[in-house]
Design a protein around this ligand. Structure first.
Ligand code: AMP
Ligand code: MG
Length: 307
């Protein structure tokens, strides 16, 4: 079975983290063994994203979710490294501002949905409004419960009326791996800025988050926009799996470069005329250089004969 099929939450299935191994790395023995394939995935993304940008008919929305330390920032960085910056933007969603909180929960995400030709990456997303708000009881149950349907409808709107593909990745790490990453942040001065005061308080709510994640994955994995749960304990495998699924998805979009808008035969004729004119100019310049060289030599010979 392909990686894409293995990691997809099939609509109607019941995904459970207790049956999931975040340390899974397929048939790849090591980062080194996966390196060549990973380079190939990134090259495919580069090529296909250029076609997406050039053809301006479709768009791609990539949603990244995962608990603190799961690697959302690192995944963004990695995936974007393969893309033409003109055609991609990243949007992070944090605690709502007072203005955002005064609106419906999709208000702040909708302006960042990708336009034709574009890729948008959501680092956290509208799914926070059925995850963190549920765990912290920020809105009544009746409110977040309704949101699964609103989310499915909103994603269907993008898919059906704007030719957008919505690709959703949940980066899954184990509780032990999260602690190891918190340690990295503590001991490495270059990472200390990433430490949040809430990291440990949120970690205490691991089980509540697990229930909220499972519900969102099961309720919002649709045929058109399924969730992929990515085993993310190994950063190299996480990058490999995400890149491969993005490349495969772009390939399935059958993107072609747009046809030229000009008459190529006419442009070709003009090009050759320019080349010909350039060659004639060069010849003339050379001849006139030769003539002035001759004149100079003659002058010098005459002067020498006189002296
Ligand atoms: P980070 O991504 O580490 O910068 O943290 C952003 C924080 O904002 C996380 O703790 C999120 O859970 C929180 N956050 C994002 N969206 C929402 C939301 N709609 N309501 C409440 N908290 C949110
Ligand atoms: Mg954080």
């Amino acid at each position: 079975m392909s990686l894409r099929a293995t990691l997809r939450v099939n609509p109607g299935s019941k995904f459970r983290f207790k049956n999931f191994d975040p340390g899974f790395h397929g048939h790849y023995e090591s980062e080194q063994a996966a390196k060549a394939e990973q380079q190939h995935n990134l090259a495919r993304i580069s090529d296909l994203q250029r076609k997406l940008y050039g053809s301006r008919t479709r768009s791609l929305l990539i949603v990244l979710q995962g608990i603190d330390g799961a690697g959302k920032d690192g995944t963004c960085w990695h995936v974007i490294s393969a893309m033409d910056p003109q055609g991609v933007s990243v949007h992070g969603f944090k605690q709502p501002t007072p203005e955002e909180a005064d609106h419906d929960f999709l208000w702040r995400v909708h302006p960042h949905a990708p336009g034709r030709g574009q890729v948008s990456i959501f680092n956290r997303s509208h799914y926070e409004d059925v995850m963190v708000v549920r765990v912290h009881k920020l809105v009544p149950k009746s409110t977040w419960q309704q949101r699964f349907d609103f989310i499915n409808e909103w994603e269907r709107l993008l898919t059906q009326q704007n030719d957008t593909v919505v690709l959703k990745f949940f980066l899954a790490i184990s509780k032990e791996e999260q602690l190891a990453r918190f340690k990295e942040r503590l001991v490495d001065p270059a990472r200390q800025w990433k430490i949040s005061a809430s990291d440990y308080a949120e970690r205490d709510l691991w089980d509540d988050y697990t229930v909220a994640y499972e519900d969102a994955l099961n309720r919002c994995s649709t045929k058109e926009s399924p969730w992929y749960v990515i085993p993310a304990n190994n950063k190299w495998f996480r990058n490999l799996a995400v890149s491969k699924i993005i490349a495969d998805t772009l390939e399935d979009m059958h993107l072609g470069l747009p046809a030229p808008t000009v008459d190529l035969a006419e442009i070709r004729r003009r090009y050759h005329a320019e080349v010909k004119a350039g060659a004639a100019d060069n010849k003339r310049d050379k001849n006139s250089d030769k003539n002035s060289d001759k004149k100079r030599d003659k002058k010098r010979d005459t002067a020498a004969a006189k002296s």
